[in-house]
Design a protein around this ligand. Structure first.
Ligand code: ATP
Length: 508
């Protein structure tokens, strides 16, 4: 098993063992690509959600919030283009009977070619040592150039096929590249077909003429159809934004990689309404802002990369993904999209209701353009966990698994531990706990030896452990142990909240 795959498996089982994420309906063998968040998971998720909300809504005076319903009038999805265009091309392998996204098969193939080049580069770096000039190597090495030419050729063809909805062409490309099914190893493929990703259900009683409604595949449309309500009631001038957090549903064909690709997930989206013509400037602005947001959490810069789209969604004129390097490679965590006036114009046309903005400066009315930032809460959760998970061998030779979660979003901030379960220490510890829990999410733990209790807290990423011992009863001091350094200091009880608050406030 590849090392990274191994790490990923460990993270998945760690999530279950420590109450972060469980498979849905597990006693019935689970439901594919649906997951439940346990006690620690829900805290981490809430904290990421709050961090996003504060940085978008609280810190931007021109961004306001919204909480639209999941069900919407079915015509919304016709107007938005989702009924006709929210589709993935799927292909089946006749031998394994496994279903794949045709586009993903080709993307994976391109990624393998890129890996090949990266291996060449790593090999050369090792060989030439400090003298190695990567740029020059990439620009001159014949094998690297050859592979790059191949990548560029396939990428260009692939983008054309997708943009022209050419399903036959996609199949031919898969055959030409001799892509085999990872399960059966065969190249016995069906035709490529389109598959709409929206879930539908019935609204109203069955005896009536029940209406089909969709479970929203993105939260954004709730913002668009409320655009005028919000603009008028909050009296915002352009540019201004509407932010929303909520569940979205997609009947993903290939549901894999744990909570990375789920059928029910949560999005944190912000639609920024701007004057037509200003969208490129704002698109660039939000790309940078969002990359900075990720980095403010303390995840190393080189774990992220920006990927500009070759294939644009039906509503966009420019789009980029912010990708995180998961154990299974660089993958999208967030999209920044320039959606033009596509959505508002479409809703205006189909509903017959004006969705325009009266510009008091120019005295004109127009449909605003939109720049969107859209991040998956569950993917961010996974990125944070993957970045935090570490296995360490300590000085005494023992091992610990520690989640170095940014303190700001850690599920539990402080755990209070009486050194022993007697001599009045538990009573004193509970007294401290009762004060500190007013400020932070705290835990109390008196079971097992102190070392084991520290390990349990390391495993869920608790930044601070407070230990109450016999000296505490004499002089009101405790030891405070920091998760990453494992350093312990003796401090007075009144200082606990201040120290913890300072650490959390930094955001890293
Ligand atoms: P992908 O290409 O990975 O399917 P997408 O480009 O369709 O993603 P968007 O429509 O841009 O995704 O959605 C915005 C964000 O919502 C994504 O960046 C991702 O974080 C999240 N997201 C989308 N689909 C899923 C899913 N099935 N499970 C979890 N998160 C998702």
């Amino acid at each position: 098993m590849a090392k990274n795959e191994d790490v990923f498996k460990k993270i998945v089982s760690h999530c279950k063992e420590y109450g972060f994420v469980y498979p849905s309906s597990e006693i019935y063998d689970g439901l594919a690509a649906v997951y439940d968040y346990g006690p620690n998971g829900v805290e981490l998720k809430n904290n990421i959600r709050d961090y996003w909300w504060k940085s978008m809504v609280q810190k931007h005076e021109n961004i306001v919030g919204l909480d639209a319903a999941i069900f919407m009038h079915p015509t919304v999805w016709k107007a938005s283009g989702h009924v006709d265009a929210f589709k993935d091309p799927l292909i089946d392998n006749k031998d394994s009977k496994k279903r794949y996204r045709a586009d993903v098969l080709i993307e994976d193939y391109i990624e393998k070619l890129e890996e090949k080049t990266n291996k060449e580069v790593a090999k050369a770096r090792k060989k030439f040592g400090e003298k190695f000039d990567e740029k020059m190597f990439r620009e001159t090495n014949p094998r690297v150039l050859d592979t790059q030419k191949k990548i560029d050729g396939i990428t260009k063809r692939f983008a054309d096929l997708i943009n022209n909805n050419d399903l036959k062409g996609l199949r031919s490309l898969i055959e030409e590249l001799q892509i085999a099914c990872p399960v059966s190893g065969s190249r016995n493929w069906t035709d490529v077909r389109q598959f709409n990703l929206m879930f539908s259900t019935q609204m109203g009683s069955l005896s009536d003429d029940a209406n089909s409604v969709y479970l929203r595949p993105e939260t954004a449309q709730g913002i668009f159809v409320n655009y005028l309500n919000v603009q008028k009631t909050s009296r915002k001038k352009l540019p201004f934004g509407i932010a929303q957090i909520g569940k979205a549903f997609r009947n993903e064909i290939v549901a894999r990689q744990f909570i990375f690709r789920m059928r029910e997930f949560e999005q944190m989206e912000m639609q920024y309404f701007v004057k037509p013509g200003d969208e490129v400037e704002w698109y660039e602005y939000w790309k940078e802002e969002r990359v900075n947001w990720h980095q403010a959490l303390g995840i190393p810069k080189d774990k992220f990369r920006l990927h500009d789209h070759d294939k644009l969604a039906h509503y966009a004129n420019a789009a980029a993904d912010i990708e995180y390097e998961f154990p299974f490679g660089f993958k999208e965590v967030e999209g920044v999209h320039s959606r033009t006036d596509f959505d508002l114009s479409a809703h205006q046309k189909v509903s017959g209701k004006k969705l325009q903005y009266y510009d008091p400066d120019t005295k004109e009315s127009y449909v605003p353009y939109v720049v969107e930032t859209s991040i998956g809460l569950d993917r961010m959760f996974l990125a944070i966990l993957a970045n935090s998970y570490e296995e360490e061998t300590l000085e005494d030779g023992s091992e610990r698994v520690v989640l170095k979660i940014p303190p700001l979003v850690a599920p539990v901030k402080v755990t209070v531990l009486p050194l022993v379960k007697k001599d009045g220490l538990p009573e004193k510890a509970k007294e401290i706990m009762d004060t500190v829990k007013n400020d932070f999410m705290c835990q109390y733990d008196e079971k097992d030896a102190i070392g084991r209790r520290y390990r349990r807290q390391d495993a869920i990423g608790t930044p601070y452990c407070i230990t109450i011992d016999h000296q505490t009863l004499d002089d009101n001091t405790v030891t405070i142990r920091e998760r990453d350094s494992m350093k312990q200091d003796r401090i007075s009880i009144e200082k606990i909240s201040g120290i913890v608050r300072e650490k959390i406030g930094k955001g890293v």
